[in-house]
Design a binder for this molecule. Structure first.
Ligand code: ATP
Length: 439
């Protein structure tokens, strides 16, 4: 996972103007408007954090663009939304933060997150911080890692976006080149233990290694059990972000090495089988069954024992579809052994239909031996319909009741197995097997 290094090295001395030129045109238009509004409000505007890191690494940009405002971020967000026809949301006056959603080409939405630059004070480990307005330099100091403590000043010249200075007070660019993950101060993980989970994600994605001081701090934070002071909801948010990564198994491998996994997902551990499952999904061709974060979660948890799965379900406030998937995993593994290549379509359908699409997609990548069957089920069988429905059967004289349900089932099976395909054949089949046959 180190392909970014060469790009990072190449860009390291790129002038900020050249970095901004990498932004999509639509982003530049919005940022030029924001910069011109900021100037009219005597505020300074900075592009900050991960987006600057990604520009340096030539990595794909995330969906959020973070902006720090030395001035009134809420007023700027409101004016920006009005000027560009964006949607103002997530306004938190107490924190001085607001977001502006903008529709871009292709119908997707980019979120511009504006926050007043601030200092943060943590009264106790893991608690949410108290904040106060402060210059951009202090704002960078409150961040997690050197590679995220970067900022480019945004200006507008004749309506066009232009760059001011690039701030890199902690040597983030150098750390990107040498592959170092570095916390900014000694108490960083005590203040916010979730930074360990952010760090492991970032390290896996960019191929970074904690520097000795960061590694020692992680060790101390684990020994002091700081993560247990954080709500399970916040931990879950971080875990879900890991599932957005194309290779969450890499994050898990590092989390194991750092000693994090037992604290957040006891019983889970990286294995070659788990990595193979995730690799099959990541390398799947375009027409293969798709899998988003939910399927990735299923692939990570697929062979976790039932007690550990139940403990996860009990601990975290999982979204309904994730809890549902977790419940299905033991049955899914059992069904895998029943799927054999000689089974007729109807039998495959009977075995797999009780499971959700996400669950069968998990099975598809988890069990390569039966991938042809699960692929066929997902692509074709699931959507196949018998030529007659319940109303048709009633018109043929079958009264509503159990027989109607059984007939629909049997007719579907006959259709899946290719014994019936037209309405006429279906009617003949019903007459022969149900109406004239034994009831
Ligand atoms: P990603 O590419 O994963 O979205 P990101 O760095 O953009 O990464 P965000 O969660 O959007 O991640 O955060 C934006 C910036 O805010 C970070 O780059 C970092 O500077 C800062 N930040 C976010 N969370 C924390 C935290 N818990 N502690 C300190 N700084 C943080």
């Amino acid at each position: 996972m180190l392909p970014l290094k060469a790009a990072a090295v190449k860009n390291m001395h790129a002038p900020p103007e050249a970095l901004l030129a990498r932004l999509p045109a639509e982003y530049r238009t919005v940022l030029a408007q924001a910069a011109s509004l900021a100037a009219s409000q005597a505020a300074r505007l900075w592009l900050v954090g991960g987006v600057v890191r990604d520009l340096l690494c030539e990595a794909p940009l995330g969906r959020d663009v973070d902006l720090a405002v030395e001035g009134d971020a809420l007023a700027l967000a409101r004016d920006l939304a009005t000027r560009i026809g964006g949607r103002l949301r997530a306004v938190h006056a107490a924190f001085g933060t607001a977001s502006v959603d903008v529709q871009v080409a292709g119908g997707s939405t980019v979120t511009f997150d504006l926050a007043g630059s601030r200092v943060e004070r943590y009264r106790s480990p893991g608690a949410l911080p108290e904040v106060a307005p402060a210059p951009i330099e202090d704002d960078l100091y409150r961040r997690d890692f050197s590679v995220n403590a970067l900022a480019i000043e945004l200006r507008a010249m004749n309506g066009q976006l232009s760059a001011g200075q690039l701030l890199d007070p902690f040597g983030g660019r150098g750390d990107l080149v040498t592959g170092r993950l570095r916390l900014l101060h000694e108490e960083s993980l005590r203040d916010d233990p979730t930074r360990m989970l952010r760090g492991v994600r970032l390290a896996a994605r960019l191929g970074l290694q904690p520097d000795p001081a960061t590694a020692a701090q992680i060790q101390r934070a684990l020994e002091a059990s700081y993560l247990s002071l954080v709500s399970d909801e916040r931990i879950l948010t971080e875990l879900c972000l890991s599932l957005e990564e194309p290779r969450p198994d890499e994050t898990l491998r590092l989390a194991d090495a750092w000693g994090l996994t037992p604290r957040v997902l006891p019983g889970l551990a990286w294995s070659e089988a788990l990595a193979d499952r995730c690799a099959r999904l990541a390398q799947a061709p375009g027409d293969a069954p798709t899998g988003g974060p939910l399927v990735r979660a299923g692939l990570l948890l697929y062979d976790l024992d039932a007690a550990a799965q139940a403990a996860i379900a009990a601990r975290y406030p999982l979204p309904a579809e994730a809890a549902d998937l977790l419940r299905q995993l033991p049955g899914l593994r059992a069904v895998a052994s029943l799927l054999t290549p000689d089974l007729p379509n109807s039998a495959v359908d009977r075995l797999l239909r009780p499971f959700s699409v996400a669950a069968v997609t998990v099975l598809h990548y988890a069990e390569p031996a039966t991938a042809a069957l699960t692929g066929r089920y997902l692509r074709e069988l699931r959507a196949m319909r018998a030529p007659l429905n319940g109303n048709d059967l009633q018109r043929l004289g079958i009264a509503p009741g159990p027989l109607l349900g059984q007939t629909l089932e049997a007719l579907r099976a006959a259709t899946l197995d290719g014994r019936v395909s037209t309405r006429e054949q279906a009617e003949a089949w019903v007459r022969q097997h149900v109406m004239d046959g034994p009831r």
